[in-house]
Design a protein around this ligand. Structure first.
Ligand SMILES: Nc1nc2c(c(=O)[nH]1)N[C@H]1C(S)=C(S)[C@@H](COP(=O)(O)OP(=O)(O)OC[C@H]3O[C@@H](n4cnc5c(=O)[nH]c(N)nc54)[C@H](O)[C@@H]3O)O[C@H]1N2
Ligand SMILES: Nc1nc2c(c(=O)[nH]1)N[C@H]1C(S)=C(S)[C@@H](COP(=O)(O)OP(=O)(O)OC[C@H]3O[C@@H](n4cnc5c(=O)[nH]c(N)nc54)[C@H](O)[C@@H]3O)O[C@H]1N2
Ligand SMILES: [Mo]
Length: 759
């Protein structure tokens, strides 16, 4: 039977390497999609489900946060969106019998791939203190257990409420309300590991931590720079937007240590031409060294400043602050040293400059390649400097485009999932609900782990995600998690975090995006916000995996009632029964959501206001867009070491592994591979096909080792290596984080290679 999970584990990881394809999508993508979907869902459910993805009357794809265009194809899905849907809509089930057969110690020995392949969890389960396996528990008892532990804490700040970015606006709003009513701002979220650096840099420089472009802007741009992003795998629908921009005459510069197939050529499966020939996307490929982007943009800025008439002085005079200081820093940049940091030739920079100067409308898109370094915040500020110089913010076809990850990560933050909320947000919340929110800041992800480790946090509650696998320093993090009194996971599927528990643990199974959600006899919708600030409704249409599942809003509402009791004046029961009542409250607390229920009922939803984009108004401390003049930083490598980035393969969604292939990089049947430039490999004595341990080096002197990786000679930039996350999170030190944003520097790990010890 196709829908049966695999039996053997560890699943054989035996990587094979073939030539990389230099083009993304096309027929192989369609075939691969259907195969994976049918294995999980069977033929009928596959057809029924995939036709509803991202339609105006359908559900929001649980894959990435890329927006949907006005004109939607019947199949507005991409290969990886379809895999995300199949993963959730699978017919495989994890029942209480499964937990009876598999003690926690057994689950802890399994790969993440195996755990995920077991299917949807069907009932709440509980691991009592001292027990060796989870057992079925009623919802009432589960909430009693959590309430017991939470109310026994010495301070509400000993509790941690983590959110992964799939959570709907409604559930996120309730969760942060509950946490604040309970008394803590400990609301770490996946964003702390993701675009926090973008938020930090943008809030300071343009006054709002979100991107300033729409899809329409992309279509109108003259130049699009895609830096530190692999859209072919992680945002495949973005390739259609890039294709459309090119058709209208745009140029594209890709900045990446790796030649990513999706950026080379896109074979649009929705057009005949696309299937045959495809469109070459990249006009100029800048093969940058890891962490060299701040240097690159600094050099471009220096050259722009030196070019007669290149600066938009009218814009600079009227709308910006800090130009003089920035100009001095940029002109003083030492050419040779800054160029060396990029790993590029002068001719590369000059070619880029020609494209920059020829463009009247420029957009810079970026993702994790820019956000996960020690100096990510100054890097993104330098991108802003670059755009400000030529007036490229706040007019059509131009702007900043941080491309978000999880499908509602941006919305969760808008709803108040943030450990450092603004006073204005808390004031509005307090006024609406008659509560007194705590004003001192809470823990982000890294500080949450430190708090657990140091005994300062005792209850860990996760609204989705896979905390111990997604976070850095696996050994430290897992040990920290095991010190908790109680760990609770609201989840759809099994993962590593269910096997690394506190003294007691609960798994609370929930509805996913694709599932029908009926409360008090009425079908509910939820809402999400995409990467470009569009808010729209999502309606699941599938029969839930089991009658015992509760929705995320219902879980938070019942938890709040159990914990806060009759002392809470918040109408939790009403919220659970009718999500429109939650949206009414959101409309009174969160700016931009006025008349929420009416506007979200319109097909396609509505766009949130964005002052820099809409009116060239910059709500910063200076009231202007801020130029910043940070010194250029870049990673320094000791002799015989490489800089490792930890990234995604084509067959995974963060910690969820769909399969063992990375088709666009020519890797098959295995994930324990390390991509090394052939020249570096020769210098280090690493033969292609040989096996090596990767050993992390960090100032604390602790040995962090990831054993048994197959060396693949690959055309990455010199001095750089790449391997997949989450397997390599063992190598990322907990305190190796970005300045200001505290995001783990997971694209910047100094490593050496050691032959595996003899068995
Ligand atoms: N199918 C699928 N879709 C996803 C996800 C998934 O796992 N699978 N994850 C979602 C999430 S949460 C996120 S945040 C996004 C992630 O989307 P991406 O950011 O595209 O994900 P990564 O695989 O981390 O890729 C980082 C890219 O940046 C490049 N890079 C690394 N370091 C540098 C650098 O220093 N400079 C430059 N210029 N480039 C660099 C890498 O070579 C790679 O191309 O995707 C979202 N969408
Ligand atoms: N080394 C390294 N580490 C990284 C990164 C990196 O590039 N390198 N990237 C970082 C980034 S960008 C991110 S965003 C984080 C991701 O961190 P997380 O968001 O914590 O991780 P995911 O793997 O996306 O979480 C997957 C789990 O979410 C649950 N789930 C899925 N759908 C739903 C749902 O609808 N509701 C609920 N309640 N649960 C659901 C399932 O149980 C599934 O196992 O990882 C970060 N970690
Ligand atoms: Mo992310």
């Amino acid at each position: 039977m196709a829908t049966k999970p695999p039996t053997g584990d560890p699943v054989q990881d035996a990587p094979r390497v073939e030539a990389a394809p230099h083009a993304a999508a096309g027929l192989p993508a369609v075939a691969h999609t259907l195969r994976i979907a049918q294995q999980q869902m069977g033929v009928r459910r596959t057809a029924r489900t995939l036709l509803k993805v991202n339609q105006k009357d359908g559900f929001d794809c649980p894959g990435c946060a890329w927006p949907e265009g006005e004109k939607r194809h019947t199949a507005e899905f991409c290969e990886n969106g379809a895999k995300a849907v199949a993963e959730e809509a699978t017919l495989r089930r994890v029942t209480p019998d499964f937990f009876a057969a598999h003690p926690v110690a057994d689950l802890a020995d399994r790969s993440g791939y195996w755990l995920g392949q077991q299917g949807r969890i069907t009932q709440p389960v509980y691991l009592p203190e001292g027990a060796d396996r989870y057992e079925a528990v009623t919802w009432e008892r589960a909430f009693e257990i959590i309430a017991g532990e939470l109310t026994a804490l010495a301070s509400p700040d000993e509790a941690l409420f983590y959110t992964s970015g799939r959570t709907s606006n409604e559930a996120a709003f309730l969760l942060q309300l509950f946490a604040r009513e309970f008394g803590t701002n400990n609301l770490p979220d996946c964003s702390n590991m993701c675009h926090e650096s973008s938020g930090s840099a943008l809030t300071e420089t343009i006054g709002i931590g979100k991107g300033s472009v729409s899809l329409e802007d992309l279509h109108q741009a003259d130049l699009i720079i895609v830096a530190g992003q692999n859209p072919g795998t992680n945002h495949p629908r973005m390739l259609s937007a890039l294709e459309q921009a090119k058709a209208a005459g745009a140029k594209i510069i890709s900045v990446n240590p790796l030649p990513e197939a999706g950026l080379e050529r896109f074979k649009n499966p929705q057009t005949a031409r696309g299937m045959l020939k495809g469109t070459a996307l990249t006009d100029l490929f800048l093969q940058i060294r890891l962490g060299g982007d701040q240097a690159l943009f600094r050099l471009l800025n220096k050259l722009i400043l030196r070019t007669e008439g290149a600066v938009d002085t009218a814009f600079v005079d009227e709308h910006t602050h800090g130009y003089e200081e920035f100009t001095q820093a940029a002109l003083a940049a030492d050419w040779d040293e800054t160029l060396a940091a990029t790993g590029l030739d002068r001719a590369d920079i000059e070619r880029a400059l020609d494209l920059v100067l020829a463009s009247r409308r420029t957009i810079v898109c970026w993702a994790m390649g820019l956000t996960q370094h020690k100096h990510s915040v100054p890097t993104i500020r330098e991108v802003v400097n670059f755009l400000l110089l030529r007036g490229n913010i706040g007019r059509p076809g131009a702007g900043v485009c941080p491309v978000r990850g999880h499908s509602n990560v941006q919305g969760d933050r808008t709803m108040g999932i943030f450990e450092r909320p603004s006073d204005a947000f808390l004031d509005a919340l307090d006024k609406e609900f008659g509560i007194t929110s705590p004003r001192h800041h809470g823990y982000d992800v890294v500080r949450s782990i430190q708090a657990l480790r140091d005994g300062d946090a005792k209850v860990f509650f996760a609204m989705g995600g896979n905390f111990v696998a997604a976070t850095p320093d696996t050994a430290v993090t897992e040990a920290a998690m095991r010190t908790a009194r109680l760990t609770v996971h609201v989840s759809t599927k099994l993962n590593r975090s269910h096997a690394v528990t506190g003294a007691r643990a609960l798994i609370l199974p929930t509805l996913g995006r694709t599932d029908r959600d009926i409360q008090a006899g009425r079908k509910q919708i939820v809402t999400v916000e995409d990467s470009m600030g569009m808010v729209h409704a999502s309606r699941g249409n599938l029969t839930p995996a089991s009658p015992h599942l509760l929705s995320e809003p219902a879980i938070v509402a019942r938890l709040a009632r159990a914990v806060l009791g009759p002392g809470s004046a918040t109408p939790w029961e009403e919220f659970e029964q009718d999500y429109a009542t939650i949206r009414d409250r959101i409309s009174r607390v969160v700016p931009g959501f006025e008349d929420f229920n009416t506007r979200v009922a319109r097909p396609g939803g509505f766009t949130l206001p964005h002052a820099p984009r809409d009116e060239r108004r910059f709500p910063t401390a200076t009231g202007k867009a801020n130029f910043t003049a940070a010194p250029v930083e870049y990673p320094h490598l000791p002799e015989g070491r490489l800089l490792l980035q930890t990234l995604r393969s084509h067959d995974q969604y963060n910690t969820t592994v769909y399969g063992l292939d990375d088709r666009y990089r020519g890797i098959r049947n295995g994930r324990r591979v390390v991509l090394v430039n052939p020249d570096d490999a020769h210098a280090l004595g690493l033969a292609d096909g040989s096996y090596t341990d990767i050993v992390g080096e960090w100032k604390d002197g602790v040995e962090r080792r990831a054993p048994g990786f197959r060396v693949v000679h690959y055309p990455t930039a010199r001095g750089c290596a790449a391997a997949y996350y989450p397997e390599t999170n063992v190598l990322v030190p907990l305190d190796a984080t970005a300045d200001t944003s505290n995001t783990p520097a997971s694209k910047s790990v100094v490593v050496r290679f050691e032959q595996p010890a003899a068995p």
